[in-house]
Design a protein around this ligand. Structure first.
Ligand SMILES: *Cc1c(COP(=O)(O)O)cnc(C)c1O
Length: 499
């Protein structure tokens, strides 16, 4: 077969149809018959399979490549669609979005300039303004699709930094260099916010001291009195708060910071308000929209459609209340997006992005809205939020576990606690760690883990409406079994008592 026969073009459309057909058959069979969310395979078990592949020698038949793919990937993959996948913020995907993914990969538009994407540009723009409308932003709003919440947060904070520098310069008695301003910039964010805020600060040339962690209340929401104190302290010390980064749905607890009060404080201080709604954005289409009250007063918002909109990775956006702030990422290149094009109002999305070549991820959301509609997406999210509330009641009544906080969204953080209070807490830590690992190794279910107040906890992230309360009860039994078994062997106290 000639090399050129692999190119997708007018002569090979039939081959595309048939090969993709085979691929889809395999995946459909796999998904139809998968009984466990994972196989618990270890890196050491799987590495030899991958290492044994000779990348210099392609296989004779594409179907052989699919057979091989079964061994190196599909057999042991972690399947997010399985109802007992309860670990991280990964969602089962909706079929209309997967259709969009297939289309965008084949057409392969690049969304940087109009002359590489045409209609794709307009579709992305419609979806940004649709999202802005749901947020409650006005006509001036704008934004851009990104690769994920990490990138959305980075871009939002980049805009905030540039705006802060502009204001500091405007108010300074003498001209200031950027390098004189940066060390005095601060970002206030809750102690429960996502680590990408700190990462962004580093990438933006700010030191580790630039991110100030504001304490949380018991429900893991930003303590707004503490925020007010921090804002005051910064002013007193001649520091500039370039942004308050609030979270609408913290990764661990799903807690939503008190946005209206935070917006009041930001307004009074003249500070950029960023709302990281990477997780909570599903509320934009849910009957619980009111839980995002105050979000319309943000300057920038991060939304991860690949979390609570049931989209395949990647699909995210950063949306800003004042689209003109996107000029801070506008750079012109003669070969791509000359200033002349902007003057002629050519819609070149690269003018608003920190990427250049960029996937048409927006198409997945477009197909989702056109086939399902926003209410159907919201219903799916509402269902998992309802389930989490039921699961909380289950856990709260279960003497084997303590739960950290009642969920606002769909995560539960809990800890196995043996009945015998004499078991040392360090041993309990190990039992919780072990329970999680043993569960994964069994392939029966996957849960996440996190540390709260220095102690190991277990975590459910519910994003699959197919997960039943029964699934959750079963997984709690499995976890308790593993933890008890661990303590029976490792805790001298329980062993003594067992004898
Ligand atoms: C997941 C998450 C992020 C990071 O988003 P990615 O899409 O994984 O890059 C940021 N903030 C919050 C609150 C998140 O839950």
């Amino acid at each position: 077969m000639s090399s050129r026969s692999h190119l997708l073009n007018n002569r090979t459309a039939e081959r595309y149809r048939s090969l993709l057909g085979h691929g889809i058959e395999r995946v459909a069979d796999k998904i139809a018959t998968t009984e466990r969310p994972c196989t618990g395979v270890t890196p050491d078990e799987l590495r030899p399979e991958v290492e044994a592949v000779d990348l210099e020698r392609p296989l004779a038949d594409p179907r052989e490549a699919l057979d091989e793919l079964e061994r190196v990937y599909l057999r042991d993959a972690v399947y997010f669609h399985h109802p007992r996948y309860l670990a991280h913020l990964n969602c089962p995907v909706v079929i209309p979005a997967v259709l969009g993914e297939a289309v965008l990969a084949a057409v392969n538009s690049s969304l940087d300039t109009w002359d590489q994407s045409a209609g794709g540009t307009l579709i992305e723009r419609r979806l940004v303004s649709w999202t802005a409308g749901r947020i409650g932003f006005g006509k001036a709003a704008d934004g851009i699709f990104t690769s994920g919440g990490t990138q959305s947060n980075l871009q939002a904070l980049l805009l905030a930094r540039e705006e802060a520098c502009r204001l500091v310069r405007k108010n300074a008695a003498t001209p200031l260099d950027t390098c004189e301003i940066l060390p005095r910039l601060r970002i206030l964010t809750s102690a429960c916010s996502h680590f990408s805020i700190e990462k962004a600060a580093t990438l933006l040339g700010l030191g580790p001291e630039s991110v100030v962690a504001v304490p949380c209340d018991d429900a893991r929401r930003m303590d707004t009195d503490a925020l007010a104190d921090e804002l005051e302290r910064c002013t007193r010390e001649g520091l500039t708060v370039m942004a308050v980064a609030a979270t609408a749905g913290t990764t661990d607890f799903g807690s939503i910071d008190p946005l209206p009060r935070i917006a009041d404080l930001c307004e009074a201080a003249g500070t950029w308000l960023h709302v990281d709604a990477a997780y909570g954005c599903g509320l934009l289409v849910s009957r619980r929209h009111h839980m995002l009250e105050g979000i319309s007063r943000a300057d920038s918002v991060t939304v991860d459609y690949h979390k609570s909109f049931f989209q395949p990775v990647s699909s995210s956006a950063v949306v800003v209340r004042d689209g003109s702030t996107l000029r801070h990422v506008t750079y012109h290149a003669d070969y791509l997006n000359p200033a002349r094009a902007a003057e002629q109002s050519v819609p070149n999305q690269v003018d608003k992005s920190i990427q250049t070549t960029r996937r048409f991820d927006a198409l997945k959301l477009w197909m989702t809205l056109r086939i399902m509609g926003p209410d159907a997406v919201g219903e799916l999210f509402d269902e998992v939020v309802d389930r989490a509330a039921d699961a909380w009641r289950l856990l709260d009544a279960d003497p084997r576990y303590t739960v950290v906080t009642e969920p606002q969204l769909s995560t539960l953080v809990f800890r196995y606690e043996p009945q015998d209070a004499a078991v040392p807490q360090d041993a309990v830590d190990q039992a919780n760690l072990h329970a999680r690992e043993a569960l994964f190794a069994s392939g029966e279910a996957t849960v996440a883990g996190t540390v709260v107040d220095g102690r190991h906890h277990l975590k459910f992230t519910l994003l699959n409406p197919e997960t039943t309360l029964e699934d959750i009860a079963t997984v709690l039994d499995l976890l308790a079994g593993h933890a008890q078994q661990y303590l029976a062997v490792h805790s001298p106290l329980s062993t003594a008592q067992a004898c």
